[in-house]
Design a protein around this ligand. Structure first.
Ligand code: ADP
Ligand code: XUL
Length: 525
């Protein structure tokens, strides 16, 4: 009964998913929501409030406390963690953690003291910038100009210098906090930080998540000397060499053996980004299957054999943990925008779905919303600026049903428009994430993409990806076997497109594109 544990430290929660490769069953699937369970961190949505909408940071100790809390809950629920043979997992991408001492010099954690109390004195920076941060316009321009332009950055790292990416964030830290920068011995991504905490050693960054830093030379699979130099002096000494995602990075620290009953010697496999991990968890790590993830951010991604970059400069190329690369377009106005409409208009998620399916029609009677409630990544909208077009009641925010359809139609149209560069025909799209069970959302996606939309049995594909990667790297299981047993889509929940809506959405897409470019040109004027 070998078991493998996948962890996903995402924006709003930490999840654990345990699989048994003998029975082919998911043994446990449990999450701890940061806002609800750890209110002392004052982060109801997983990040700290800030008057400046461009600054989005989280307390890394919240992630550490969540790890203790979740493992404690598994233990209390009677889960026998001594059966776990291997652990891997994922973190929200791009977020970074700054340590004043390498964990390699710290020794094992004391089992008598909560982890967060032991990690606190190791932080050279109290907060971690996360993927929602958009405060680095100047740093992106500086990095691009130092290496010969944005195309050059994209050709080497797979993405133009990008606001949320770790390199520009590191540069801003170096410029604004020179003393803390000097005190920093080691920089981690959220993924490698959690792996480091688990092993009590400094775990290297993997190629999948490392590609989201604007620092990795994708062709060489190593840090780019010119990008390191353009980002901050001394940066090379603060990063370990990046490793393949299948690398065993260490064994579980004694702390977790003593406190939670893991077997000594349990292997930990490199953690990766939540999207690369989802690619594996969806069984989509070979080219040809597109995935839409509806989490805090909405993302569209697919595996690809050779890296191809977005000519518009919004999309990214990351490492595929199962080998090769993946393309990704990320939208920050995902679940938070849907939640905003639902909560403002008093709709439960069931009401929200029924507003779309039963109360409104494709095209929304001419109503359209540009749902930029927070700064948007794709396309780049720096200042929140929702725009409403249509009937008087709709524009006044008084037509709840139309608003529900409008937010989802705009999100789907934007995903369609901004994933064209990926160049995959999307006849079947797998969906995952917290919102992937909402029938209204699935209906709109099917019609806008004219594709069969298929949710996965497990909605937390990122944690599942972690468990599958551990089973592959530690247990020697083949991907095909693992995908067949753990990642089959829920065929009964699939949503077929209605062919008659193709014309409606073709016309609506053209109008959306036109309104969007008008808003973008006004914003840049
Ligand atoms: P992340 O991994 O980014 O933290 P999740 O994939 O766990 O996010 O998704 C969390 C989000 O899912 C919540 O913010 C919530 O808005 C959304 N969500 C949960 N259930 C539903 C539902 N039935 N319909 C629509 N959205 C939902
Ligand atoms: C991807 C991105 C987000 C985060 C949080 O580039 O920024 O999807 O990984 O989920």
């Amino acid at each position: 009964m070998p078991q493998y544990l996948g962890l996903d430290s995402s924006t709003q929660s930490l999840s654990a998913l345990l699989i048994d490769t003998d029975t082919g069953k998911v043994v446990v699937d449990k999450s701890v929501n940061f806002g609800e369970r750890l209110p002392k961190y004052r982060s109801p949505k997983g990040f700290l409030p800030n008057d400046d909408a461009s600054i989005k940071q989280s307390d890394p100790l919240m992630w550490v406390d969540a790890l203790d809390l979740l493992l404690q809950e598994l233990r209390s629920a009677g889960v026998d963690l001594s059966k776990v043979r291997g652990i891997s997992g994922a973190g929200q991408q791009h977020g970074s953690v700054y340590l004043c001492r390498s964990l390699d010099q710290v020794g094992d954690w004391s089992a008598a003291i909560p982890l967060s109390d032991q990690v606190r004195p190791l932080l050279s920076r109290a907060t971690s910038p996360i993927w929602m941060d958009s405060s680095t316009s100047i740093e992106c321009a500086e990095i691009a100009s130092a290496v010969g332009g944005d195309e050059k950055v994209a050709a080497v790292s797979g993405s133009r210098a990008t606001l949320r990416f770790t390199g520009p964030q590191i540069r801003r830290f170096y410029k604004t906090s020179p003393t803390e920068w000097q005190q920093t011995a080691e920089i981690h991504l959220v993924s490698s930080f959690i792996a480091s905490v688990l092993t009590g050693k400094s775990a290297p960054i993997d190629m999948g998540d490392g590609a989201g830093m604007n620092l990795l030379d994708l062709g060489k699979g190593a840090w780019s000397q010119s990008l390191l130099a353009a980002t901050a002096p001394g940066l090379a000494q603060k990063l370990k060499p990046a490793v393949a995602s299948t690398t065993v990075v260490g064994e579980i620290a004694g702390y977790f053996v003593k406190r939670y009953g893991f077997a000594p010697g349990t292997k930990v496999v490199a953690f990766t980004g939540d999207n690369p991990s989802s690619l594996v968890g969806m069984g989509a790590s070979r080219p040809g299957t597109a995935v839409i993830s509806l989490g805090t951010s909405d993302t569209v991604f697919t595996a690809m054999t050779a890296p191809r970059t977005d000519p518009q400069g919004y999309g990214s190329v990351f490492g595929n943990p199962a080998g090769g690369f993946m393309s990704l377009a990320c939208f920050s106005n995902g679940s938070l925008a849907r939640e905003k409409i639902a909560s403002q208009l008093g709709l439960s998620w069931n009401d929200f779905a029924s507003a779309i399916v039963d109360k409104t029609k494709p095209g929304n009677g001419g109503n359209m919303l540009l749902p930029y409630f927070v700064p948007e990544i794709t396309p780049r909208v720096l200042k929140p600026a929702p725009r409403w077009f249509g009937s008087e009641a709709f524009v006044a925010g008084k037509d709840a049903a139309a608003a529900a359809r409008a937010v989802v139609e705009a999100q789907a149209l934007s995903m369609r428009l901004h994933s064209e560069w990926i160049g995959e025909t999307m006849s079947t799209v797998l969906v995952t994430g917290g919102a992937s069970r909402n029938k209204g959302i699935l209906r709109v996606l099917a019609d806008v993409f004219q594709a069969v939309i298929m949710p996965l049995a497990v909605s937390n594909s990122s944690a599942l990806g972690g468990a599958l990667r551990a089973a592959q790297a530690v247990g020697g299981q083949s991907w095909d076997e693992l995908f067949a047993r753990f990642a089959p889509p829920e065929r009964e929940l699939r949503v077929e497109p209605i062919p008659a809506t193709e014309v409606t959405y073709r016309e609506m897409a053209a109008q959306f594109k036109q309104r969007l470019s008008q808003v973008l040109s006004e914003a840049s004027a």
